[in-house]
Design a protein around this ligand. Structure first.
Ligand code: GLU
Length: 611
């Protein structure tokens, strides 16, 4: 089933093709810029929102053929592995949240990457100097590569709830990888942003820097190696990823990253050091990888039931706790600046507790119940002064002893280092039966580890940099431990009203995922915005740090002046998050919403459009 961009790509690609390494690029497509991406679509019969029109078209194609939301989500995710390879793919992991219309239940799959069994807690320390490696040294290295969970997630989701087999769900992605997609400005820019480190690894350079440059906007980009890898999984199942020759290739790549020995950092950036440190992943780690079936987190907010991802992600507990903190306040009745002030303060408090308590529950006793307990939220809400920003960082609450009564002012807290990056992608799908999928998947940093497995067409993750950078504190719930899942911020969220879907949403953005999801919920539920407006609105993110990160659009107008008067200080982030969502209207229509401009704009589609 050809996709929107694919049709255009194929039509153009026949004119002339030049072949460079694994990638095949065609000439500039004169009208590639004119491909219409719709940020909002309303209608019936199923809906999808992703960052990319090929991926959305893959999902809609599956829905039109009678597949369900899970089938369509896997088809879209696999396509994103082709067209958004720097944010997601089979070299990474993610979290899959599913609302099953028949049972009325929300279920989740934890497909997070795991630390290899042989990874020591001191892995981020250079044994020669006794000092921590620089972040730069760790990112493009084998050390940061966790055992990927994405192929196993697709398999598990299809086997639990899907109607298609993996080979059928992979068809659209194989089609796009084989015939190509048209490069847009975001893809080119993300490639350029990674040019230095990509150029250090011939497997990556040959694929993504054909002729030494990032593919031109409007050219056709094909990934035959990935088509072949997907073909292998289609034929043999994901077992072929976790065992056998492909697993061997992955382990070898991690243990001896295939860096060009002649590579030197560019003169323009001589400090760029890529020692390509060997990592710990073995074929045994791959063979032992398992996704986890988990109950979601649940909180009630206003008239809604909010379901999120339980630890190892901190998304569900942190969004949930912040909503519990905000529940006692009438945000709707407040001036907008006051509502935003409460949002920022609630985020800081919830982040303090995230830092102290959340890690992989297989290793740490995570107080998920307390963190999502309305009584705990009510007690934490005591810390909010309605007209004054608290000094940051605020300290964590006490999950062992709380009763909803305001305690004495607690002591100050130490600042937390945040090494999560801002890559990742998110998708939302619903079908005509009312099933809903919210799925966030990632390879961590934009461009992951920067290492393509030679001949296999996909980049390995650098997810293990989500562990606490300095892992020497034994009380840190997110310290490195062998076999552990690093704490995530991914927050795929499904909200029900009267036991029926009301809204599903999620976003990339590192730890700003949490605030993006939270702010979008508040915009929609409390501040009277439609879902497209709620997504488009300027964002700010307070993660218990001195400054609030805010988009330029947020830092203007009277509300901003009031927030400054209350004591908030700001730093600028050009873009925060890239959300996707579907809202379910009372008359049965679905509103699929994507970003109108962030990351070049996303793509929303419905099966049967209606006004
Ligand atoms: N690695 C991050 C996490 O798991 C996601 C990265 C991103 O969205 O940018 O929370």
């Amino acid at each position: 089933m050809p996709s929107v961009r694919r049709q255009l790509a194929t039509a153009t690609a026949v004119l002339a093709l030049s072949i460079t390494g694994g990638a095949v690029t065609g000439p500039a497509v004169a009208d590639a810029q004119e491909i219409q991406k719709q940020a909002t679509a309303t209608g019936y019969g199923g809906a999808v929102s992703t960052v990319d029109p090929d991926a959305s078209a893959a999902a809609i194609g599956v829905l039109k053929k009678g597949g369900n939301a899970v089938d369509a989500a896997v088809a879209a995710a696999a396509t994103l592995g082709v067209t958004e390879p720097y944010s997601a793919g089979i070299g990474g992991g993610g979290y899959f949240v599913y609302y099953d219309a028949k049972s009325g239940k929300v279920r989740t799959i934890d497909g997070r990457e795991t630390a290899p069994a042989g990874m020591p807690t001191t892995a981020f320390t250079n044994p020669a100097t006794g000092k921590l490696y620089t972040f730069n040294e760790l990112v493009s290295s084998g050390v940061s590569v966790g055992t990927p969970g994405t192929p196993a997630t697709w398999e598990r989701a299809l086997e639990r709830w899907g109607t298609l087999d993996l080979d059928e769900a992979l068809e659209p992605a194989i089609d796009v990888a084989t015939h190509g997609f048209v490069v847009d400005a975001t893809f080119r820019q993300q490639t350029l942003d990674n040019k230095v480190r990509f150029s250090a690894f011939p497997s990556t350079r040959d694929l993504y820097l054909p002729g030494g440059d990032a593919p031109a906007v409007g050219s056709v980009f094909m990934n035959p190696d990935l088509a072949e890898t997907y073909g292998l999984l289609a034929k043999k199942g994901v077992r072929a990823f976790y065992r056998g020759p492909l697993a061997k290739d992955i382990a070898e790549t991690v243990q001896a990253p295939p860096k060009d020995p002649a590579w030197v950092p560019p003169v323009t950036d001589p400090k760029t050091s890529i020692p390509a440190l060997p990592g710990y992943l073995t074929t045994k780690d791959l063979a032992n990888y398992e996704t986890l079936d988990q109950d979601p987190t649940h909180v009630e907010y206003r008239d809604y039931d909010v379901y999120g991802m339980a630890p190892s992600s901190s998304g569900g507990t942190t969004v949930g706790e912040a909503l519990n903190i905000l529940e006692p306040f009438n945000l709707r009745g407040m001036a907008t600046a006051d509502a935003l002030h409460h949002y920022l303060e609630a985020s800081a408090l919830a982040f303090a507790d995230r830092g102290k308590y959340v890690g992989d529950p297989a290793f740490v006793d995570v107080p998920t119940k307390a963190l999502t307990d309305p009584l705990f939220g009510k007690e934490r809400a005591c810390q909010i002064d309605p007209k004054k920003a608290a000094a940051k960082p605020v300290p964590a609450g006490d999950v062992a002893s709380y009763d909803g009564v305001c305690p004495d002012a607690p002591a100050a807290a130490a600042d937390d280092r945040d090494t999560e990056n801002i890559s990742t992608t998110n998708l939302t799908v619903a079908d005509k039966w009312g099933n809903v999928v919210e799925y966030t998947l990632t390879i961590e940093q934009t461009g992951g580890s920067g290492i393509v497995v030679p001949g296999r067409g996909f980049i390995l993750n650098n997810e293990l940099t989500d562990f606490s950078y300095d892992s020497t504190n034994p009380d840190d719930p997110n310290r490195i431990e062998p076999g552990k899942r690093p704490r995530s911020s991914m927050s795929p969220t499904i909200i029900l009203q009267d036991e029926k879907p009301f809204l599903a949403l999620g976003s990339p953005g590192g730890s700003m995922i949490i605030t993006t999801v939270l702010q979008t919920i508040l915009n929609r539920v409390d501040l009277g915005m439609t879902i497209p407006e709620a997504i488009a609105a300027p964002r700010a993110s307070q993660r218990n740090t001195l400054n609030v990160a805010a988009e330029p659009g947020f830092q203007t107008g009277t509300d901003f002046e009031v927030l400054k008067l209350y004591g908030h200080t700001f730093s600028t982030s050009a873009e925060i998050g890239a959300a996707t969502a579907i809202e379910f209207l009372d008359d049965g229509r679905m509103v699929a919403a994507a970003e109108p401009t962030r990351r070049g704009g996303g793509s929303a589609m419905v099966v049967k459009p209606s006004p």
